[in-house]
Design a protein around this ligand. Structure first.
Ligand code: GLC
Length: 682
């Protein structure tokens, strides 16, 4: 394949070019800051776009700056020719990007120029292009994943992968379950409930219909394709977090390209200027979502171009920064490599830089006393005010995964030694902090109940000065004798005792929770099945905020009324995280039971985003139908239960080095100052 074709036809190559250019901009950040300080605030309106324009000629790329408007242009040939060939432009120097950023106007445009210009730009570009040339999807497929389901599947997976133990099978086949099975089988036979096979087929059709293309290549899936909803808000966008189950489903199906494109295109968006009222968040931030827009071509009414338009929270409801996006991006990147066997993506210079930018943003020094990430309310799946500002479990669990996955993927080089050291130290401290201070079960609850307060000293037992009165009456009743969980948040004098599902499930998946704690979390899920699953898996959190608490904490949010939406609504998408956690702990029957419950309604109800009421009986008040991550979450659960060994692309096992470091660093028992000052170095 000629180099020209390579660049024009390979979205990855196009992505590389844009990405490297934006990374150069990142490297000159100090200079940029200097100039920015001189910048008129009025000129700081951000226009963040990737422009893709058709060209009929050479198919090479270049960067150029039109010095008159100080706008950065990156140009490519693409396949999305709409009308006539555009004007030629000429290559520019790298420093022009700096100028462009002064005006915060970024435009990257595809058009044809000579390869020579492009090669002159930088050695690393060439390297990346070569890398692209050698890239190919490995063709490893995961089998079609469809097939007869339920008891048979579990048995097959047991025999093949030896994952579920005999005890699990016996538990699974308890009398009540068998009774339910009988009812279910007869309902399927008389057509009241569609069978599993046809639900899966429908789900695949819907998932494929949700695919979004950019310049002819699939790059993501739309959040919801609800024909009944007149107000789309931003549900017509590709959300980073929503795409994760879609991406995993495609990977498991052997369709790797869409994931590769998604990874590379979102990487382009990472380092761009984004502002809200003249303020820019950190450089490594990934957008919450993006949209592909078709816009008229500048100065040419007869042609159009496609534009990638990201939202970093500056347009989102409540202007929330999506802290989880970059963390999920790293997790997906690792899963892509593990599933496809194609490690060339994670080895690319631009991708390595992208990983480091996310890490630097997360590991930057701040005012924190804790190793947990300090974030605002709504910085994750729960992206509205729900009282989870501070150190919410979901973010900590994703942060921990991202650190582990990044460590696995970072290529060693002299320049990153400090970063890796900081990463290792953080892993140890974070895991100690969560395991020790976020964990509650009956025993710990009783300890807290008897806490002394106002302890000033290094030897304090009640380090965060928790007043025992905070233990709510619901919790005293709710905590099972067998089981426990990680609390939602920990701050000075504040423990948020709500059970947050994603954070707990993901702490099992990534071994942030110990083996013992992980089993206890699943024990609690089983013991509290009628609260957490009821008629549709899975409650996003438990219990709901009600009355005055709801008024104060949510700001009287009508979308988050008790037992709705983020306030203890039930989200079918969580099925996939539940499944991975159950497979990791060799207890897949728990997930299988949840999948079976979902199958009774989910397709008939048109794949809602969430369900309302304490027992999840109603489709959510403002719930979208045909919500993509409900569809994809279901498919991932099914695919993984069919072949549990595939869950390895998401699981991270406990690292023995980390355990040793934890043992030596554990300040419990010796609470002297010296011990607390100890640094954690793995
Ligand atoms: C809602 C959810 C968020 C999701 C988005 C798109 O805002 O709270 O988690 O990413 O919808 O589905």
């Amino acid at each position: 394949m000629g180099a020209s074709n390579l660049i024009s036809e390979d979205p990855g190559a196009r992505a590389t070019i844009v990405s490297i250019c934006s990374k150069v901009a990142y490297l000159v950040k100090p200079l940029r800051s200097f100039f920015q300080s001189d910048m008129s605030l009025g000129a700081s309106k951000a226009v963040v776009q990737v422009l893709c324009r058709p060209v009929t000629q050479t198919g090479y790329s270049e960067y150029l700056v039109n010095s008159s408007d100080l706008t950065l242009h990156s140009t490519f040939q693409v396949k999305c020719v709409k009308k006539k060939p555009p004007r030629h432009r000429h290559s520019i120097r790298c420093s022009s990007m700096l100028l462009s950023q002064l005006r915060r106007i970024h435009q990257l445009r595809p058009m044809g120029v000579s390869l020579v210009n492009y090669m002159n730009y930088s050695g690393s570009w060439l390297q990346t292009c070569k890398c692209q040339q050698s890239e190919s999807a490995s063709g490893i497929t995961a089998g079609d994943g469809n097939g007869a389901w339920f008891v048979n599947n579990i048995e097959t997976s047991n025999s093949v992968n030896n994952l579920a133990n005999a005890k699990s099978i016996i538990e699974f086949q308890d009398v009540q379950q068998l009774k339910q099975e009988k009812v279910l089988t007869s309902k399927i036979a008389n057509g009241t409930i569609p069978d599993s096979f046809s639900i899966e087929e429908e789900a695949w059709d819907l998932l494929r219909e949700s695919i979004v293309h950019y310049c002819g290549s699939p790059i993501g899936t739309i959040a919801a394709k609800d024909p009944t909803s007149s107000n789309v808000l931003n549900y017509d966008q590709v959300f980073i977090r929503d795409f994760i189950p879609s991406g995993i489903a495609f990977l498991l199906k052997g369709e790797h390209d869409i994931v590769r494109n998604f990874i590379l295109y979102t990487l382009q968006l990472q380092s761009w200027e984004k502002t809200m009222d003249c303020h820019s968040p950190g450089q490594g931030l990934m957008p919450a979502s993006f949209k592909v827009r078709t816009v008229p071509l500048d100065g040419d009414d007869s042609a159009t171009e496609e534009v990638l338009d990201p939202d970093f929270g500056e347009a989102a409801i409540g202007r929330v920064a999506p802290v989880d996006s970059g963390l999920w991006w790293i997790i997906l990147l690792r899963a892509y490599g593990k599933c496809s066997g194609d490690l060339s993506v994670q080895e690319r210079i631009d991708v390595q830089t992208g990983i480091k930018m996310i890490l630097r943003l997360c590991l930057a020094d701040g005012f924190d006393m804790f190793p947990t990430l300090l974030v605002t309310d709504g910085s994750c799946m729960i992206d509205r005010r729900m009282g989870i500002h501070g150190h919410p479990l979901e973010i900590q669990a994703l942060f921990y995964s991202a650190l582990l996955c990044a460590r696995e993927m970072l290529t060693p080089e002299d320049g990153s030694a400090d970063l890796i050291r900081a990463l290792n130290n953080r892993l140890v401290a974070l895991s100690f902090h969560i395991r020790e201070y976020y964990w509650i079960d009956m025993k710990k609850l009783n300890e807290i109940y008897r806490y002394k307060t106002e302890e000033y000293s290094y030897d304090a037992v009640n380090k965060f000065n928790i007043y025992p009165d905070q233990i709510s009456p619901w919790l005293v009743e709710w905590m099972p004798n067998k089981g426990g969980y990680l609390i939602g948040n920990l701050q000075p004098a504040h423990m948020d005792f709500r059970f947050f599902s994603l954070g707990n499930l993901w702490s099992v998946v990534n071994s942030l929770a110990t083996m013992e704690q992980s089993h206890a979390i699943l024990d609690l899920i089983e013991a509290k099945w009628s609260d957490l699953v009821a008629e549709m898996p899975f409650k996003i959190c438990y219990p709901a905020l009600e009355g005055q608490e709801w008024q104060i904490i949510t700001g009287s949010d009508p979308k988050n009324t008790p037992w709705s939406y983020h306030n203890a609504g039930s989200w079918p998408t969580l099925l996939w995280q539940l499944t991975v956690a159950c497979i990791k702990m060799n207890r897949p029957h728990i997930a299988a039971k949840a999948v079976e419950i979902a199958e009774r309604r989910i397709s008939r109800d048109k794949w809602p985003e969430y369900y309302d009421t304490k027992r999840s009986r109603f489709i959510g008040k403002q719930s979208r139908l045909f919500q993509t991550w409900s569809i994809a979450g279901y498919l991932v659960a099914k695919l993984l239960l069919t072949d549990p060994s595939k869950a390895n692309i998401l699981i991270t096992e406990e690292d023995s080095e980390l355990v040793n470091a934890l043992i030596t660093a554990n300040p419990r028992g010796k609470r002297g100052r010296k011990n607390l000052k100890q640094t954690y170095i793995v």
